[in-house]
Design a protein around this ligand. Structure first.
Ligand code: SAH
Ligand code: SF4
Ligand code: F3S
Length: 436
């Protein structure tokens, strides 16, 4: 039997896709190698969102040459967003890559691997308007047996000016809700206690008369012991209807990831985000009204085209107003093919981008620590996930707000819910004690 090894970079959707890829190839008779050095095929599932994401992959591909010279039969393929973006160009530039396969072509992998085995190169990068892999039962790869991803839609057509995703993932399409509910129910039966519904913009989920709020209602109704999370929601379509459904189900987690990207209306318009700061703050107010204990997290980009110091100050000001519990913070990276690449100059100097980014990071660090200090003394229901990285005597889990709590193990068991009282904190972690 030949073995495959999959390495995954990028967003949660890529991790979910790798589980689909593993399933397709297992069905075709391939085994899973425990490490890269034991594989016949290494598949690198890649991200193209920023240049540094691509550079990491290029570096890894080149590093694999050494392994290939020790193991002459070993073939390397590049999958995912970078494969879609660069297509055969990638094989010309990295000559140890034997195949490239885009995100909608994974069903062709068994054929491609055979072709490659015969010494040919292979490229499949056609995008689809219908592929959702809804009949494929993902192989849970990095799973802890407690928490799993479920992909509910694919693609994105929001065309934010800076973003490559609409080009690498194609048109938006939703997956049949029955297959989603079935997958969640199966996971619950297997002992999973948390599912995260994934899409680039989950609020655009639409299947006949089932929208995202209705889908959430269906999944949350499977069992009160099954936690339901989702990512990502675009601020322009975060509806009151969704917040109502969340408020009705205490097992829908109190955490909303609401990427803002910038605190300046001028930048938001240039970015084609289709909302204003005022609209965004109104949505934050709606979240706090329906779900007073909900945490809010975000993504932000520093140094987008033409960003002035005033625009940057507006972003800092927005961070002070919203007081995010967590933020993913990035420097703007120009992506070939996007609207910004065609029409807007990448005109903020690298050092200045870094300076602005560091300012946001420092501010957010203070806010996260202050937020966490307020948690001291509170008690939460925690889904216990496993051993803490620091000590075998301690376990960790997350509360509904998605904050990590670390506590002395006592009689707690991973995969169960326990009450934990917060006793101290850092900016990233709450430290607590089991409540008996
Ligand atoms: N669909 C999600 C985001 C997916 S990409 C959404 O719209 O919210 C994750 C994040 O990467 C984005 O929210 C954005 O903050 C960042 N990002 C995307 N393109 C980028 C670029 N060209 N440069 C820097 N950051 C970028
Ligand atoms: Fe990119 Fe915008 Fe789509 Fe998010 S919504 S994936 S940022 S184009
Ligand atoms: Fe990256 Fe593609 Fe996800 S570009 S962020 S892996 S959709």
């Amino acid at each position: 039997m030949e073995n495959i090894y999959i390495e995954t970079y990028g967003c949660q959707m890529n991790f979910a896709d790798s589980e689909v890829i593993a399933s397709i190839l297992q069905q075709a008779g391939y085994g899973m190698a425990a490490e890269a050095g034991e594989a016949d095929f290494i598949l690198i599932n890649t991200c193209a969102i920023r240049d540094n994401a691509e550079q990491r992959v290029r570096h890894r591909v080149r590093e694999l040459r050494a392994l290939q010279s020790r193991r002459p039969g070993l073939r390397v393929g590049v999958l995912g967003c970078m494969a879609e973006r660069l297509q055969s160009r990638l094989m010309a530039e990295e000559d140890n890559v034997s195949f490239v396969c885009g995100p909608d072509a994974y069903r062709r992998l068994p054929e491609m691997l055979q072709q490659v085995r015969r010494g040919q190169k292979a490229a499949e990068v056609e995008l689809s308007t219908t592929e959702t892999y809804d009949d494929i039962e993902p192989v849970r790869l990095a799973g802890n047996g407690i928490s799993a991803y479920i992909s509910i839609m694919r693609g994105c057509q929001n065309y934010c000016a800076y973003c490559v995703v609409p080009y690498t993932r194609g048109r938006e399409r939703s997956r049949d809700p029955e297959t989603i509910v079935r997958e969640a129910r199966t996971l619950f039966g297997q002992g999973y206690r948390e599912v995260t519904l994934l899409g680039q913009n989950v609020n655009s989920y639409a299947w006949e008369n089932v929208g995202f709020p209705e889908l959430m209602d269906m999944v949350a109704s499977i069992d009160p012991q099954l936690r339901v999370r989702f990512a990502t929601s675009h601020p322009k379509d975060l509806s009151d209807r969704l917040l109502e459904v969340m408020a009705r189900h205490s097992n829908i987690c109190r955490c909303i990831h609401l990427p803002v990207q910038s605190g300046s209306n001028r930048m938001l318009k240039l970015m084609n985000r289709k909302y204003t700061v005022e609209w965004y703050l109104d949505r934050v107010a709606a979240i706090r009204r329906y779900l007073p204990d909900c945490s809010i997290t975000t993504d932000v980009i520093a140094g987008f085209s033409g960003e002035t110091l005033e625009d940057h100050e507006d972003t800092l000001e927005l961070f002070r107003k919203v007081r995010y519990d967590y933020a993913y913070m990035f420097k703007y990276s120009l992506r070939e093919g996007t609207y910004a690449w065609k029409h807007l100059a990448d005109d903020i100097a690298e050092e200045e981008k870094t300076r602005r980014l560091n300012e946001i990071i420092a501010l957010q660090g203070e806010i996260a620590l202050e937020n966490n200090r307020r948690e001291v003394g509170r008690e939460y229901e925690v889904l216990v996930e496993g051993e803490s990285h620091r000590s075998k005597e301690q376990l960790f889990g997350r509360n509904s707000q998605n904050k990590v709590l670390v506590f002395d193990r006592g009689d707690a068991v991973p995969g169960t819910y326990r009450r934990v009282r917060v006793e101290s904190c850092t900016a990233a972690t709450l430290i607590g004690r089991l409540v008996q």
